[in-house]
Structures are given as C-alpha cells and as structure tokens.
Design a protein around this ligand. Structure first.
Ligand SMILES: [Fe+2]
Length: 296
C-alpha cells in the first residue's frame, strides 16, 4: 500500500523520455547477445565501437572476446580509450591491474575475497572509495574447470522488486547512507540508491570481510536486498573464457562469482575506469526507472 508520501509514478505519464528502455530480465539474456568478438582492442573500428557501446548501454555489461595476444593485458589496458582513466586499488600493479586469483593466503576472514578461491557475494566495486569506478573490466586469463562462474544482478531489478514489494523501504534507501570500511582502511558513506540527473545509481556490498554500518531504519531492507541479489534466480550466470573481458557498468550492475576448487587455477585481471573518455557522452551509467518515487 502506498502512502501519500510515497507515490508511484509511471514515467510514461511524465515528459516523454526517449532513453527509457525495456527492462532486461537476467534469465532471458542469451550470452551471444552480450558478446562482441574483436581482433584486438586497439584495432576496434567505428562500427565495432558503436556496437560495443550499444550492447553496453542496453545490457549494462558486455563480454568482449579478443584474439589471443602475447601480452593479453594490453587488450585490457587499451580499453582506456573508451572507458577513461584507470583508478587504482591498494592491490594494483604499476598499470593499475589487480590480479584476481587464489593467492593461498590464510582462509581467515581478513583476506580480500578476490585473492581467494571463495565465493564472492554480489556487490559493486569501490564501495569504500569516495569515487567508485564507473566501469569495471574483468579479463579472464585462465578459468577453472569447475566453479568460478560469473554472476551479475541488475540494480534496476532490485529497484523494481522493492518498488513492487517494499516501496516505503525503498524510499528510505535514498536517505540513509551506509558506511563501508574496506580491508585497506578506506571508508566511504553513501546511500544504496542515488538519483543523479534523472538516472538511478546503486552501490551495494554485504560481506563479512569488510566493516559495514547499516543505519537501523534500513537494516531490514538491507537484508532483503542481500537475499535478493544472492538468489541465483535473479542473476545472469555464465562462465568467462580465456581472452574474454567482461565490462560492467559499476553504477547499476552488481557482480560476484561462485567459488572454485582449491586445486584449480583461475586468473582474472581486473581494471577500474573512471568513465571519462572522449566518448563519455555516448555512455549511459545507471538506469532510468520505469516507475519512480516522487522526491526520493
Ligand atoms: Fe568486484
């Protein structure tokens, strides 16, 4: 039941907005729709570049399949041209790349999940950073035979689910910031949903390896979101192959991965981008809700 403070408005009733797209259902995505084969990132020509952005803007992520290169990380680094400057992480190498692989550290809880073979619950990256990356690129160097599945969940699905089932709780998410302190000691505090220039952006992490302070008014809905995003029925699940790069809109797509066996090797190279390139105006981050709360 909606109160008078919370009104659902169909955006069709508002001024016509040509950017409004159909909601994508994760279970209906075909991997071929989101995969683009290119030879080398530096050799991407204009039609391919347009196709890349078309898929990225429509599905909020893309899998770029490249020919093998002697130094495959060049393809990852060359994405700067499209997705902007590299943002560093405490585990970045000199190029900004973070190795996501099992480093066989102690299984204790204070080890970053990206350095283990453990499952990684659904999250957006950089939740403890003042400026989280707009784009996250995950390049597969080696995947494990078993496990190691990639998962994504749309922020828009979470929003729609809450709008339908918990509208009052949804409203609170815009005004009750969550504080997250990561293992490197960085802290940031921001609401799970933010509205910016008509688009909704989402950041979320629910993980015992970091310190998360959830304000009491949203404790209940925080757990609802945690359960929703970690339910495989709400995810698109696939397996990255060597030389494929998954590029994600980190402003509205959560990602995670399933665990893989201790005795198997899986190596992913991760790179963060700020989204500011000569093509910024052609990239769409976040989503426009089909129905929205007035004055969130
Ligand atoms: Fe991540």
């Amino acid at each position: 039941m909606l109160t008078d403070k919370i009104q659902m408005v169909n955006t069709d009733d508002l001024e016509a907005n040509l950017d409004v797209q159909e909601t994508i259902e994760p279970s209906k995505i075909n991997i071929n729709q989101v995969t683009l084969k290119v030879s080398k990132v530096t050799e991407i020509l204009e039609p391919e570049r347009q196709r890349l952005f078309e898929i990225f803007n429509k599905f909020k992520f893309i899998i770029l399949e490249c020919d093998p290169l002697p130094n495959l990380q060049d393809n990852l680094l060359d994405l700067k041209k499209f997705f902007g400057s590299v943002l560093r992480h405490r585990r970045s190498d000199e190029h900004g790349i973070v190795a996501v692989e099992n480093l066989y550290n102690s299984p204790a809880n204070n080890v970053s999940r990206s350095a283990t073979n453990r499952m990684h619950p659904m999250h957006t990256d950089g939740t403890a950073d003042i400026d989280p990356p707009k784009v996250v690129a995950l390049q597969c160097e080696i995947n494990s035979h078993n496990g190691g599945y990639s998962q994504i969940v749309y922020g828009e699905s979470v929003y729609d689910y809450l709008m339908k089932n918990h509208p009052q709780e949804l409203q609170k998410l815009f005004t009750n910031p969550v504080s997250i302190t990561n293992l490197g000691g960085k802290t940031d505090t921001r609401p799970i949903f933010i509205e910016k220039e008509g688009r909704i952006l989402m950041s979320f992490k629910a993980d015992s390896v970091v310190t998360i302070t959830v304000p009491p008014p949203i404790e209940k809905v925080f757990n609802i979101i945690k359960n929703y995003v970690n339910d495989p029925n709400n995810q698109f699940i696939f397996k990255l192959k060597a030389n494929q790069i998954q590029i994600i809109d980190n402003m509205s797509v959560l990602h995670g991965r399933t665990s893989f066996p201790e005795n198997e090797i899986r190596k992913i190279n991760r790179l963060w981008f700020d989204g500011i390139s000569e093509y910024t105006h052609q990239l769409q981050f976040g989503f426009i809700p089909k129905s929205k709360l007035l004055n969130p």
